[in-house]
Design a binder for this molecule. Structure first.
Ligand SMILES: NC(=O)c1ccc[n+]([C@@H]2O[C@H](COP(=O)([O-])OP(=O)(O)OC[C@H]3O[C@@H](n4cnc5c(N)ncnc54)[C@H](O)[C@@H]3O)[C@@H](O)[C@H]2O)c1
Length: 449
């Protein structure tokens, strides 16, 4: 894509969803990349040409740029060859809801004093982290170390596309050469660059995720009101989304947001506000609505099946969204645990997330296909809208099931197709629609009167 000779080499610390995509993406743009992770098994697999995560297009990108990618458990090579060290380590929630920055601190600790490198923070960190880290650089005799906040906005499932075609790149740097160097690296992508201070860059990331989560909880509440009033949230969202001030994205009602980012980032912003003495009421509601939304499926199952002990429920999909194997904070975790607690017998199928799911969920069975999961089921719940579920022949599902209930937790199925197969369709915030047969019968009886 670019002349390798003109591109600066970089280091990437952390070879997870963000780190690997960043490493592969910059290698594609022509940089030599030294990618470091403390997980020796992960590094061994990467060196052997394996890809440890499921992310569309990543395997091809890594393979194409193998000669420019150097994987190691040791940061020495990155320090030797690169001035910019992109930090992409995990920042999970602590019990208090704050972000756990221990991995970030471990990265700083591994950098020797008097190193005139710069850390480029891709990990999502609370506003104020950059300032605190720069103070700690001085305390540790590392004042030559530069700092840039460059938050990551990629979405799992389309991370490679998002790296290559970002809506914007945010570069927060208070002073020094490193901000310009990061801008140069991203320049070939042609995306708008937002140059700002470190604290504002950190807040752009948290505020963006909090806003998107708010949009999801908002439409979920509208869906719940639709159920009480006879409106159909899919129609409502269509009508709302055409308003340019609102837009159609993130207006899909369902069983709540999950994943490694939204829950922890919304929590972290709420906690950050609280730590500074401000009660962020809106986010408190966003979080609560999301938690309740995951449990609404249980009420729908009760409505149709009565008590759940012994009832067989098939979960179609487990990953927090399609095209990823990531199970962190997936709504399916809450759903499976609730169903277990209620005595239901759960069989799940996910095209790629079974491996991760087995480590997190107990007491459920796994099936090798959707139809096998549906075998003998009283109800099917669509949890993750993988394309293969949208293309199912619902007559085959009807034949496999013992019962007839389909709960569409993502409003992704065609209700008419499900109903035409003789099944009962229950979406989220969707008004029950008459089947074509029922409509014809209704019209006939109207005519007879
Ligand atoms: N996953 C996303 O969609 C996404 C999107 C935007 C931002 N982010 C943020 O990016 C950061 C990374 O997220 P992720 O999903 O890639 O996490 P991840 O858990 O997939 O990867 C983190 C990697 O860092 C490694 N690591 C931990 N400590 C290390 C150390 N001291 N030195 C070297 N490697 C170390 C881990 O072994 C792991 O492989 C988080 O702050 C996250 O909030 C994630």
């Amino acid at each position: 894509m670019a002349d390798a000779g003109t591109r600066q080499p970089i280091g990437v610390i952390g070879a997870g969803y963000v780190g690997l995509v960043t490493a592969a993406g910059f290698a594609e743009l022509g940089s030599e990349v030294w990618c470091v992770d403390i997980d020796a098994e992960r590094i061994a697999r990467l060196r052997a040409g394996e890809v440890p995560i499921h992310e569309p297009g990543l395997a091809e990108l890594l393979a194409r740029n193998r000669a420019r990618l150097h994987f190691s458990t040791d940061v020495t090579g990155a320090l030797e060859h690169a001035s910019l060290l992109f930090v992409a380590v995990g920042t999970p929630s602590t019990y208090s809801g704050d972000a756990d920055l221990s991995a970030v601190h471990a990265v700083v600790a591994a950098i020797p004093p008097a190193s005139d490198r710069a850390l480029v923070m891709k990990s999502t960190v609370p506003c104020g982290t950059g300032a605190a880290l720069q103070r700690s650089f001085r305390e540790q005799g590392k004042e030559a170390l530069g700092y840039v906040s460059c938050p990551e906005f990629l979405r799992e499932g389309s991370a490679v596309e998002d790296f290559l075609h970002p809506d914007r790149v945010v570069v927060g740097a208070d002073y020094g050469w490193a901000g310009d160097a990061v801008v140069d690296l991203y320049a070939p992508l042609g995306a708008p660059i937002v140059r700002t201070d470190v604290a504002s860059a950190e807040m752009v990331k948290l505020a963006s995720n909090a806003f998107l989560a708010t949009k999801i909880s908002f439409i979920n509440e509208i869906a719940n009101v639709c159920e009480e009033t006879g409106a159909d949230v899919v129609e409502v969202a269509r009508g709302m989304g055409l308003d340019e001030r609102i837009g159609p994205k993130f207006l899909h009602a369902g069983i709540g947001y999950g994943g490694s980012c939204f829950p922890k980032d919304v929590n972290a912003l709420k906690q950050l506000a609280g730590n500074s003495g401000y009660h962020f009421q809106l986010l408190t509601a966003v979080i609560e609505v999301n938690e309740l939304q995951k449990r609404r499926v249980i009420a729908k199952l009760h409505k149709h099946l009565g008590e759940l002990p012994g009832k067989r429920v098939a979960l179609f999909g487990l990953a927090f969204k399609p095209h990823t194997d990531d199970m962190r904070e997936a709504s399916s975790l809450v759903l499976a645990a609730r169903l277990n607690a209620d005595g239901a017998r759960v069989t799940a199928y996910d095209p790629v997330a079974e491996g991760q799911a087995r480590q997190l969920v107990s007491g459920i069975s796994f099936a090798p296909s959707a139809l096998e999961a549906a075998d003998g089921a009283d109800a099917v719940v669509l949890v993750t809208e993988w394309p293969e579920f949208l293309e199912l022949d619902w007559r085959e599902v009807t034949q496999a099931m013992a019962g007839s209930l389909v709960v569409d937790g993502r409003n992704a199925l065609d209700p008419a197709a499900v109903q035409a197969a003789g099944l009962v369709y229950e979406g989220i915030g969707r008004a029950p629609r008459a089947t074509p047969d029922e409509r014809i019968r209704g019209e006939a009886s109207e005519a007879a009167r």
